[in-house]
Design a protein around this ligand. Sequence first.
Ligand SMILES: Nc1ncnc2c1ncn2[C@@H]1O[C@H](COP(=O)(O)OP(=O)(O)OP(=O)(O)O)[C@@H](O)[C@H]1O
Length: 250
Amino acid sequence: MSPLPDRLLEVDGVTVDYDGFKALDGFSLTLDAGEIRVVIGPNGAGKSTLCDTIIGRVRPSAGRVLFRGQDISKLPEHRIAGLGICRKFQAPGVLASLSVADNLGIAAAIDKRWWRSFGFGTPPAEAERIAVILERIGLAGRRDVLAGTLAHGEKQWLEIGMVVATEAELLLLDEPTAGMGPAETTRTAELIRSLAGDHSIIVIDHDMAFVEQLAARVTVMHQGQFLMQGSIAEVRADARVAEVYLGRAK
Ligand SMILES: Nc1ncnc2c1ncn2[C@@H]1O[C@H](COP(=O)(O)OP(=O)(O)OP(=O)(O)O)[C@@H](O)[C@H]1O
């Protein structure tokens, strides 16, 4: 008998109500430890609301969000972050007047505040970890330049690096290829694939060429609801997806 998957996240029948409008409507999704999951859907499908709900920024009116079996749907946002869930938002949010390495250092320090608050003592040396992340995001040669001088794609990689620096177990990456060309998109897919295993990752993106390169299971949302789930080939072949979405995706 094969061992049961190590379930990390369970979004269980979640509804999010904005003054009577259901941005999420009984939506469910499960994610195993070390898995990459892509979530796609037309504009307004509820993808960002899903991320906001997982990180505790938005409260569900029904349903639960379980992280490692614990119901986190009523916890404050900072407690959820402390459990190891970190989100990268759509627009790069790097600190332009600090160096690349200092941006990573601050992200790592945010994590270490939690480390200390839980009484785990002195944090382990960070410099080595930051050097590893710089290599991973392809910015080792640019560690001392100001983050504000990076190209758009490099800023996105730095932000992914900052999410990694928090040592979060679950990474939520909202449109990590926004504004990128094909070569940068391919590097982003390689970077995200290299993070799986160490992290579980939910990726939201509209770029189907990018989604294909992630070689991950894809969940399709529509009007706040689960539409279907499968490999990218299954998604491309699904008539419902074609009707509501793929005709409009690039
Ligand atoms: N704070 C809010 N108040 C009211 N309605 C909201 C709020 N936030 C989002 N919505 C609505 O909820 C729906 C889902 O929005 P959401 O941003 O989650 O979709 P999305 O799939 O991420 O879309 P996109 O691909 O355009 O980013 C949309 O119709 C949006 O207008």
